[in-house]
Write a protein that binds this ligand. Structure first.
Ligand SMILES: Nc1ncnc2c1ncn2[C@@H]1O[C@H](COP(=O)(O)OP(=O)(O)OP(=O)(O)O)[C@@H](O)[C@H]1O
Length: 218
């Protein structure tokens, strides 16, 4: 199994009390599989993605990536595994302001040791970014920045692609194109895709759908 969450719990401190967000979340995701995660605003979807990526630690439970429990690794080992195996598309695009679009897109692929220029060129063309490559993120629209963040994630050929509302700022046609590229990565490389979405259309294109409600999956 590529990704396995086993009885994951997470709560956050809110002044005096602890607010439970995830209360025993378990699921598996195999290589080449796609999964949509839906749930109301504030239900913990982003928290779940951050835990699945090893960015955040659960209070309890296991997070296995190809059998390795991320929760038992030290920070350095976890960061290293994340760099080489996982790409995360955040709601905030987290582009590096001092780097051009081209450098932003190439950066993660180089870190992962997989800077395949043909692959990157194809993604850039498919996402309609060819004319933006020498610009800096501040000169791009929100939707263009979002596509750069997606291109950066896909460029690294991750084994696990985690995407938090990746088409939120895009019109329907562009969103469709972005989704096509994600599905292409899954088909071409056997990556697994976990996508947080409010869109029924997008959720419907995934192999499976899970809904997060009151800290549990249904
Ligand atoms: N670092 C944090 N510290 C304190 N509380 C947090 C933290 N991160 C998230 N929360 C709380 O945990 C709950 C779940 O947040 P999360 O962002 O995971 O929800 P979400 O389902 O992704 O929401 P949305 O769809 O609005 O993005 C919220 O009540 C939020 O306020």
């Amino acid at each position: 199994m590529l990704l396995e969450l086993d009885d994951v719990h997470k709560s956050f401190r809110d002044s005096e009390t602890r607010v439970p967000v995830l209360q025993g979340v378990s699921f598996t995701l195999a290589a080449g599989q796609t999964l949509a995660l839906t749930g109301e605003s504030g239900s913990g979807k982003s928290t779940l993605l951050h835990i699945a990526s090893g960015l955040e630690q659960p209070d309890q439970g296991r997070v296995l990536l190809s059998g390795t429990d991320l929760t038992r690794l030290n920070d350095r080992a976890r960061a290293s595994l994340r760099r080489s195996e996982i790409a995360l598309v955040f709601q905030q695009f987290n582009l590096i302001p001092s780097l051009t679009v081209a450098a932003n897109i190439g950066f993660q692929a180089r870190l992962a040791g997989r800077a395949d220029q043909d692959h990157i060129g194809r993604i850039v063309t498919a996402l309609g970014l060819s004319d933006q490559m020498t610009k800096y993120p501040e000169a791009l629209s929100g939707g263009q920045q979002q596509r750069v963040a997606i291109a950066r994630a896909l460029a690294a050929k991750p084994k696990l692609l985690l995407a938090d509302e990746p088409t939120g700022n895009l019109d329907e046609g562009t969103a469709e194109g972005v989704l096509d590229q994600m599905m292409h990565l899954v088909a071409a490389t056997g990556a697994a895709l976990l996508i947080v979405t409010h869109s029924r259309l997008i959720a419907g294109r995934m192999d499976r759908q899970l809904h997060l409600s009151r800290g549990r999956l249904t």
